[in-house]
Design a protein around this ligand. Structure first.
Ligand code: PLP
Length: 356
């Protein structure tokens, strides 16, 4: 819990770095805006949050997050409309997911309205860093990690919650080639796959590297028990169009990250009257449909790329080529709709945007 009387402290920078940014060349995640928010947890409560100049942290070598992985994060984007309003896409879903990650990882929660408010205030101070160019955005990275300087396995008593932001360029995602993975796993039932927690990503590096060596960009994860069901792709949720229906793995399994982008794709498709099936999706069914040419679209959905079309899918010794990406109605139409919405070019009929 936060103290009732807790107010946000703001210490603005005296030397903005904004003029030194090469706005036409923004590598993803390498350029950082002027400020960050830091809020510490100790003595059983959150302390006063402070927005301060972006800078380095000093950490004790025994900082427990580094050793034992009590560490979670979120990722979202702010964009600007033609009038200069900042728009943040569905932050309520990120707040909820962060809350769930906190609980699963035995970390103190932050009330969802406060989480959103702290993000809004952090972005507002750096609103000059929110690009207005089409496809550009300010990537927002809230995260929390355990800070006890203690060697031993137990939930930490102290934590740091930080928000920093990165202006990012248009993510021209080339269609990707993916491989259905039948040995390595991302998440097992009862594990932490649903939480956006650091170790999940460390664990995926090695299998992803092996797939790269075989010429694939990413893996399609399958269930840990039998490798019979499709879960997600890399760090994106996966969506297929089979026989004119949108088919995507249901999220009731606690092995799939509940993506905001995938949720939005499903919501938009439903509102357009496209049949949607969120259910268990077996590898066999997808492979059979691929062999018969009934998979007319397939893509990953995630905040970074929004929609990443899949060009080829590898399964054992077979390599299936999907229809020409530019000809695909579903992914192109939904991708365009979401980008138009984030740029404020169309009416926010779903009420998804936080505008300020
Ligand atoms: C973050 C993430 C996604 C995508 O979620 P969005 O909210 O759409 O960005 C999907 N899968 C994994 C494993 C992720 O970490």
């Amino acid at each position: 819990m936060l103290h009732d009387e807790l107010t946000l402290k703001i210490t603005p920078t005296t030397t903005s770095r904004i003029d030194s940014v090469d706005w036409d060349n923004l590598p993803f995640g390498k350029v950082f805006s002027d400020h960050m928010l830091v809020m510490d947890y100790k003595d059983g409560e959150w302390q006063q949050p402070e927005i301060m100049p972006f800078g380095k942290l000093e950490l004790h070598p025994a900082t427990s997050a580094i050793h034992y992985g009590q560490s979670i994060f979120e990722g979202m984007k702010a964009t600007k409309d033609a009038e200069g309003n900042v728009l943040i896409f569905r932050p309520d879903l990120n707040a909820k997911r962060f809350h769930e990650s906190c609980e699963r990882m035995c970390m103190p929660t932050i009330p969802e309205s406060i989480f959103i408010d702290l993000i809004q205030k952090t972005v507002d101070l750096d609103r000059a860093w929110v690009p207005s160019k089409d496809g550009y955005a300010l990537y927002i990275r809230p995260y929390m990690f355990a800070t006890d300087d203690f060697i031993g396995i137990k939930p930490s008593d102290t934590y740091k919650f930080i928000i920093f932001t990165c202006p990012v360029g248009a993510y021209y995602s080339q269609p990707v080639n993916v491989k259905i993975e039948e040995y390595y796993t991302r998440a097992a039932q009862g594990g932490v796959g649903r939480a956006k927690t650091a170790g999940n990503y460390a664990a995926s590096l090695y299998p992803a590297k092996l797939a790269k060596d075989e010429g694939f960009d990413q893996l399609v994860w399958t269930d840990a028990k039998e490798h019979k069901y499709i879960e997600e792709s890399g760090t994106m949720n996966i969506v297929f169009e089979i026989d004119g229906k949108l088919v995507t793995p249901a999220e009731d399994a606690d092995t799939i990250l509940r993506g905001v982008t995938k949720r939005s794709v499903v919501d938009v498709a439903k509102s357009w009257g496209i049949p949607v099936e969120e259910r268990q999706v077996s590898v066999e069914e997808v492979v059979q449909a691929l062999r018969e040419g009934r998979v007319t679209d397939a893509f990953g959905a995630g905040t970074a790329a929004t929609i990443a079309q899949i060009a080829k899918i590898g399964f054992r010794d077979e390599l299936f080529e999907l229809p020409d990406p530019s000809s695909r109605t579903l992914s192109n139409k939904i991708g365009e709709f979401l980008n138009d919405l984030k740029a404020g070019r169309i009416k926010d009929e779903f009420g998804w945007l936080l505008k300020f």
